[in-house]
Write a protein that binds this ligand. Sequence first.
Ligand code: MF3
Ligand code: CO
Length: 291
Amino acid sequence: MLSKIGRNDPCWCGSGRKYKTCHQAFDEKIQRFREQGHVVPGHNIIKTPADIAGIKESAKINVAVLDYVGEHIKAGMSTEEIDRMVYEKTTAMGGIPAPLNYEGFPKSVCTSINNEVCHGIPSEDIILKEGDIINVDCSTILNGYYSDSSRMYMIGEVSPEKKRLVQVARECLDKGLEAVKPWGFLGDMGQAVHDHAYANGYTIVREIGGHGIGKDFHEEPWVGYNSKAGTEMLLVPGLVFTIEPMVNMGEVGIYIDDENNWTVYTEDGLPSAQWEIQVLVTEDGAEVLSW
Ligand code: MF3
Ligand code: CO
């Protein structure tokens, strides 16, 4: 991203300040990492203060929707009812559910139960029962800004094995978040997440990861958990991405439903758990924008 901006031109970030007193030193620092062979972010994925404000407004809806689902989800409810709650709450707050019609996805939210890894499609025929664990993955568009997070819900009394899976999947986010620092690397986070899951005897799905997000649903970088510290994209203030590892109780293998082409399952039929947060890299660490 060798900048063609003149020192006295207005900065690309929209601050109204001259480039030389705003992001020039920042860009030069990034350039030094690039010259050392690191993957570095372009301006197109570095969020300006205005972008960040827009994403935060969108995330307010996303968080409220997941809170709302948490208050109402219970045994006997169909996943279609969850979809209805998400649609109603999101639109009542002025947002658009991002999954709806996204690459042909037919519903407003993904609901993935037990051995379903992700991208489960809500249905009148899928009824929550005592002992189920379910991921509700919610994404919102507001004024063109995207937010995305997901949570696990435990339905009634859940087995200790499933409870531990859900708990460790949640801890993976905390470990990952601690490793997100400006001028660190995405792989620092990936390795921290990976190591925590594997230390607990679990595996993490490799084919599906998190993503940059903000002005689009899925932006660069792709966010995996099989990377090593010190590798992958340089983290700089203004970068926004999701951390959303899919933690499997058993083997790492997955397959996609060959009828609906969406739902992903564990190959061995054992449960999988996933939490997702949307994170902003700041000057001194990270801020969680949606959870
Ligand atoms: N929310 C998912 C994610 O974390 C995206 C699902 S795409 C959909 O990236 F179409 F299935 F909604
Ligand atoms: Co996501």
